[in-house]
Write a protein that binds this ligand. Structure first.
Ligand SMILES: NC(=O)c1ccc[n+]([C@@H]2O[C@H](COP(=O)([O-])OP(=O)(O)OC[C@H]3O[C@@H](n4cnc5c(N)ncnc54)[C@H](OP(=O)(O)O)[C@@H]3O)[C@@H](O)[C@H]2O)c1
Length: 328
């Protein structure tokens, strides 16, 4: 990557919450990397495609990846760790100057009852990621039997231990986010982010208070499922539904309602010489959030990253808002 290219990208970095970490407005999600059951890893796409997705993400200015210990039962972290460590040279022969940031997640399985579970999980993630510290360590869900406050305490402890640079939560409600922010602050730790489902087809965070609360607290909202698992790319229709389990999840009703929205997205995309996916991602950026589209190939990663090269006009943003009001 040339120095000019790096400088260009540096201009588009944003701070992750109130931390010192600087991330690109779009990150790459990696649930697909090793996720065979839901995503079909190993059938429609291979490790070679994922290496392409990784390299294309970086080449097009993305500087962070989101994974989790549960994705592919650790396989996503393993693949990402291998790539961040081996692929230090791009296809054109130039060097990647700085390693990308990695966000991963601890899953509070019901059989995990002690703080030491988080320490062990963290060490296992560090091993798989082949790294000495985790840039952003998130609690995946606020689930029982251990209350989420218990795990926040363990997370604060991990942050103070120096093996974690920033901490975040995921799928936290308004009240849980406020409590997490306050509990961590009491321990001198900053809550960097809340990772939630957010897209043109899922705008619940606008009505349940999560978006406003995070904005007020200076906590970044990381938007997962930003393409509604592929629906907002425009490639799926009732006569061409998504494969595998996504077909059951999204089939029929949602797909039937899609065409007018996709038509609007394509109209906007054509003005910017872009894709419907980029329109979906730009709308989330305009909402002040950090989308992390999952990518299975170099082409998908490059397309998604290109959302960072242009912006929606205000009337385009409003038209998208208007067209998807029913999903608030
Ligand atoms: N914290 C949580 O609870 C949670 C939950 C879910 C996800 N996440 C994170 O959020 C990330 C993103 O969410 P997601 O992966 O579920 O859904 P998504 O980003 O909305 O959709 C990803 C899928 O869309 C298709 N796609 C992506 N870019 C494309 C492009 N430019 N053109 C055409 N198709 C494209 C690919 O599938 P096909 O090609 O097969 O259609 C890809 O697997 C995950 O990878 C994960 O890191 C977190």
């Amino acid at each position: 990557m040339s120095e000019n290219h790096l400088k260009q990208n540096a201009r588009s970095r944003v701070k992750l919450g109130q931390t010192n970490l600087e991330v690109s407005p779009v990150g790459t999600g990696t649930w697909q990397w090793g996720g065979a059951f839901y995503w079909g890893y190993g059938r429609g796409y291979t490790d070679e495609d994922l290496a392409g997705a990784y390299a294309a993400s970086i080449e097009h200015g993305i500087n962070w990846f989101d994974t989790a210990e549960i994705y592919g039962r650790g396989r996503s972290e393993t693949i990402l760790g291998r790539l961040t460590n081996s692929q230090k040279t791009l296809s054109n022969g130039s060097k990647i100057i700085s390693a990308p940031l990695v966000a991963t997640k601890f899953f509070p399985y019901p059989w995990r009852l002690h703080r030491s579970s988080l320490r062990r999980a963290q060490n296992a993630s560090l091993r798989r990621l082949e790294t000495k510290s985790i840039d952003l360590y998130q609690i995946h869900f606020p689930i029982r039997p251990r209350g989420y406050e218990y795990w926040l305490d363990a997370l604060a402890y991990a942050a103070q231990g120096g093996l974690v640079k920033a901490v975040g939560v995921s799928n936290y409600s308004t009240e849980q986010t406020k409590r997490a922010h306050d509990l961590l602050a009491q321990r001198g730790v900053v809550l960097a982010s809340n990772q939630v489902g957010y897209s043109l087809l899922n705008r619940v965070v606008e009505s349940n208070g999560v978006l406003d609360t995070c904005r007020d607290l200076g906590v970044s909202v990381i938007s997962y499922g930003p393409l509604s698992e592929g629906l907002l790319t425009g490639k799926y229709r009732t006569d061409n539904p998504p494969p595998l389990l996504r077909r059951l999840r999204w089939a029929r009703k949602r797909l039937k309602m899609l065409p007018p929205l996709i038509a609007l997205m394509n109209d906007i995309a054509s003005v910017h010489n872009a894709s419907a996916s980029q329109v979906a991602l730009n709308w989330l950026i305009e909402k002040g959030t950090l989308p992390i589209p999952g990518a299975k190939s170099a082409a998908q990663a490059a397309d998604n990253a290109s959302a960072m090269t242009w912006q929606l006009a205000s009337d385009e943003f409003e038209a998208l808002d208007e067209a998807t009001n029913r999903y608030v």
